[in-house]
Design a protein around this ligand. Structure first.
Ligand code: M6R
Length: 357
């Protein structure tokens, strides 16, 4: 039940710190080490390439998951949109492992791929919020997301749960290979939970950004580089899906190859900068769009702020910034939709779980 909340989406955004804390508990042994089934560990050890398959927000989580697994565990990862995979199947490696990411566990496009790869004799792991769902039952292994029921069509808490579980999987795989990481995932996720809480206590600022900066525009663009780019894709999906503002996420460096032609006077640009080594580049891209009349809203991270930044997220480990930087995007989308009088929890033309291909 949504209790005193006007919408499930807002309630689910507010639940995010608890979701992270719950995941920390569920994936921790009594001795404080990570708790993962040995068979999953084995499957991660046995593979030479991981294929992540998902749709929508879960696909965006997969893009971040690729970074986690490649950077921490050193296993190559490809991320595929489920509905494209069947017709555009990549050349598979010798020992592929498939990871399906699905909040509902019922998405037909993903299931079609699972059926196909099982027929080919490959192993599959499903990350889902609904253990016992079709994608969970039909895969060899399941990692639960422990986010609790997600009712709003726009996925919020399931996304950060997907990221948290992917980070845990990546660290566990690295450790199983004897790689030493300067990274205690459970401690870092605890810091993430606190950071999300701080953001959820700061909703007025997000509402202001939505009301003053976005709500009356026909389109908006999200700019980022590296891992921030993936969060921008998710931010743009959130905004378009519930406010019907045409929103796109672009990689900062790609602007000059086409999208910059879209910039007009006052076009709203949300730019995200949480990665020190990319900071100068993305700020350079912001200058390029401002020179063409765009109205920027720069979201950076504590310790990296510059004059003129609209908002800073609390500092967290560099790898885990997507779990935190997505929260202002969720809230801005929510308030923009509210401002425009949209049906936040049930946007037009969309269903919570898409059970047709
Ligand atoms: O249940 P799934 O995670 O498989 O759903 C995938 C997409 O349909 C879903 O993430 C969709 O994009 C959301 N409405 C996004 O907010």
């Amino acid at each position: 039940e949504k209790g005193t909340y006007p919408h499930y989406m807002l309630k689910e955004i507010d639940e995010q710190p608890f979701v992270i804390r719950n995941i920390i508990q569920q994936y921790q042994n009594e001795d404080g080490n990570l708790k993962l089934e040995e068979s999953i560990r084995q499957a991660m050890r046995d593979t030479d390439r991981i294929y992540i398959v998902a749709c929508g927000t879960s696909y965006h989580a997969g893009l971040v998951g690729k970074q986690f697994i490649e950077k921490m565990a050193g296993i190559p990862v490809e991320v595929h949109i489920a509905s494209e995979f069947c017709y555009n199947m990549p050349l598979l490696s010798q020992k592929p492992l498939f990871i399906f990411i699905s909040q509902s566990g019922e998405t037909a496009d993903s299931r079609a791929v699972l059926v196909q790869v099982k027929k080919m004799g490959y192993k599959a792991l499903t990350l889902t919020n609904v253990p016992g769902s079709t994608l969970s039952r039909e895969a060899d292994y399941t990692l639960p997301l422990y986010a609790g029921p997600e009712i709003a069509v726009a996925s919020t808490k399931a996304y950060i749960a997907q990221l948290a579980v992917l980070a845990i999987l990546a660290v566990d795989t690295a450790r199983a290979q004897g790689l030493s990481l300067d990274f205690d995932p459970l401690k870092e996720l605890g810091i993430v939970a606190n950071a999300i809480e701080t953001l959820c206590d700061n909703k007025d600022e997000m509402k202001k950004i939505a009301d003053e900066f976005l709500s009356t525009h026909r389109n908006a663009f999200f700019l980022g580089r590296g891992i921030d780019f993936y969060v921008c894709l998710e931010g743009a999906l959130k905004l378009k899906e519930i406010s019907y503002i045409q929103a796109e996420g672009f990689a900062g460096g790609e602007l000059k190859h086409g999208p910059i032609a879209l910039i007009e006077k006052d076009t709203p640009i949300v730019a995200l900068s949480t990665q020190k080594e990319l900071d100068l580049n993305i700020r350079g891209n912001v200058k390029e769009v401002v020179a063409r009349g765009a109205n920027p809203c720069i979201i950076s991270m504590e310790g990296m702020e510059n004059e003129g930044d609209r908002f800073t997220i609390p500092a967290v480990h560099e790898m885990l910034t997507p779990l935190v930087s997505v929260v202002p995007m969720q809230l801005i989308s929510y308030y923009a939709a509210l401002h425009r009088g949209c049906d936040v929890d049930k946007p037009r033309n969309l269903a919570k779980s898409v059970t047709v291909e």
